[in-house]
Design a protein. Structure first.
Length: 172
């Protein structure tokens, strides 16, 4: 039987280990996004972002979905959603979609090996709705308000990656 002192020493050892002192993937993503959009700091210091993770391409490593909120990335139709794949010690942009609204869902269905997405769209005098976004030959389409995006009558099975009520966190 292990004594209390041994458990305490073991716990301190775990806390001091290099693995636990490494930044989390959320912190790494925030640092990456801050660097990627550093030019916005001066003109758009109130930029906010919401993010979530989902393995979109089935490689066992989750992609980062980042929803930027500022006058530079939002308009009457919504804001811009960026998709980043992990790449060694950083991220690579796999695509972006303008005029999206929350929530963002990664669906259980796939197109060309990538999970389909469901995003909200609204504005421009059209009623708010949820659309199906399927992966194209290279990436996801940039505009979810036009074909090939299709309006969903009901929400298919999948996971909410960024919730509808997520107001984001300050980027800078």
């Amino acid at each position: 039987m292990i004594g209390k002192r041994a458990l305490y020493v073991a716990a301190l050892t775990c806390l001091a280990s290099p693995a636990s002192s490494q930044p989390s993937r959320d912190a790494e993503l925030r640092t990456f996004v801050q660097e990627r959009f550093a030019e916005d700091r001066a003109d758009h210091p109130n930029t906010r972002y919401a993010s979530g993770w989902a393995d979109l391409n089935g490689d066992g490593r989750p992609e980062a979905l980042v929803y930027l909120m500022s006058s530079n990335y939002c308009g009457s139709g919504g804001c811009t959603l960026f998709i980043y794949t992990p790449e060694q010690s950083s991220f690579s942009q796999h695509g972006s979609m303008g005029v999206t609204s929350l929530p963002v869902r990664a669906l259980n269905t796939r197109t060309r090996g990538w999970r389909d997405l469901a995003v909200g769209v609204s504005g421009g005098g059209t009623p708010a709705r949820t659309v199906l976004i399927q992966h194209g030959a290279i990436t996801y389409p940039e505009n979810p308000t036009v074909a090939p995006a299709r309006t969903l009558r009901r929400t298919p099975p999948g996971q909410v990656v960024i919730a509808a009520n997520d107001r984001g966190r300050p980027l800078f």
